[in-house]
Design a binder for this molecule. Structure first.
Ligand code: GLV
Ligand code: GLV
Length: 319
């Protein structure tokens, strides 16, 4: 079988797969495969190991009658037209579980970074503007004892809730359905409105679906406390960026920590970057060496099983 990997990955992983398949690897480590190249290279492949920056849509799928499986190097798969892939009997896999704790840690980090104004503080010193100790210099907000509202109580939300409970935070959440794991931790299920109105930190860890697209919009930001910190580690599509920008500029919310944007990557001209109270990260939720290795290993394992005619270990089941 022929396999395309749409980004450079460590050589030993490629060699592992080469013992059972013919493998083409796009040589870039940072830049996504241009669309034309992606369509051209994937044409004769049975399996594509894709990145979340690759759009696997009807055009891509129709372009390749031999396609049997798409294995996404991410837990999220909103870049894939999953219904269309299924209608063509294409197996879709993702990388759940192996990135749960690491991604929860980034959300946790962003709570402190935004509440304690860490980026601003570091910039002040680097810019030579530290002129002396002062009672309210970069005074921020406490995290412990506060109420955190987690939007999306899947594996990552649950791992985050555990950490928050360790800080004596009050944990509440909103999700499509109530979570037994969250209940066992002592987290309260609340309506979306209650989450917006009563949380001190609102953290979006949800996957992007039609129901959650643009859910954090002007109305939502207006309902939040003016002292709230909004954090998004899910997908940029959950947020109407201009509404978030206005909420920050009008001081309707206190700060935001954003790991995911609508159109990634963004350049210096993105309006969020001129706001001191918005911390922007370049989609690094699962970016530790160990976790990225584990994600790649899981993709390779899935590919090997599919090549052997067996069931992959992490097929996307529901949508
Ligand atoms: C990253 O955003 C992922 O979905 O794994
Ligand atoms: C990801 O694993 C999630 O369910 O949040």
């Amino acid at each position: 079988m022929k396999v395309l990997i749409t980004r450079s990955i460590p050589k030993h992983y490629v060699e592992q797969l080469e013992s059972v398949a013919e493998v083409e690897v796009y040589p870039e480590t940072i830049k996504p495969m241009p669309r034309e190249a992606l369509l051209e290279s994937s044409k004769d492949k049975s399996i594509v190991i894709s990145m979340l920056s690759d759009t696997i849509d009807k055009e891509f799928i129709d372009n390749n009658p031999d396609l049997k499986a798409v294995i996404n190097l991410a837990v999220g798969y909103d870049n894939i037209d999953i219904d269309y892939a299924r209608s063509k009997d294409i197996t879709v896999c993702n990388t759940p579980d192996v990135l749960t704790e690491t991604t929860a840690e980034l959300a946790f980090t962003l709570m402190f970074v935004t509440a304690r104004r860490i980026i601003e503080a570091n910039e002040l010193v680097k810019e030579g503007n530290w002129v002396g100790w002062s009672p309210y210099l970069l005074a921020g907000l406490d995290v412990y004892k506060k109420t955190v509202g987690i939007f999306g109580m899947g594996n990552i939300g649950t791992a985050l809730a555990k950490r928050c409970i360790g800080l004596n935070m009050h944990v509440q959440y909103h999700n499509r359905s109530e979570s037994e794991a969250a209940k066992a931790l002592g987290a309260n299920y609340v309506s979306f409105n209650e989450l917006l109105e009563t949380s001190d930190f609102i953290i979006c860890t949800a996957p992007l679906t039609n129901e959650t697209k643009n859910i954090f919009n002007k109305d939502a930001f207006k309902k939040m406390k003016s002292s709230v910190i909004f954090i998004n580690i899910g997908r940029g599509g959950h947020v109407v960026e201009n509404d978030l920008l206005e909420a920050i500029q009008n001081e309707e919310i206190y700060a935001a920590g954003i790991d995911v944007l609508n159109n990634e990557p963004v350049g210096k001209e993105h309006p969020f970057l001129s706001e001191k109270r918005i911390t922007v990260l370049p989609h690094i939720g699962s970016a530790t060496v160990d976790t990225r290795n584990a994600m790649i290993e899981l993709c390779i394992k899935n590919a090997e099983l599919i090549i052997e005619g067996k069931k992959p270990v992490s097929e996307v089941k529901n949508n």
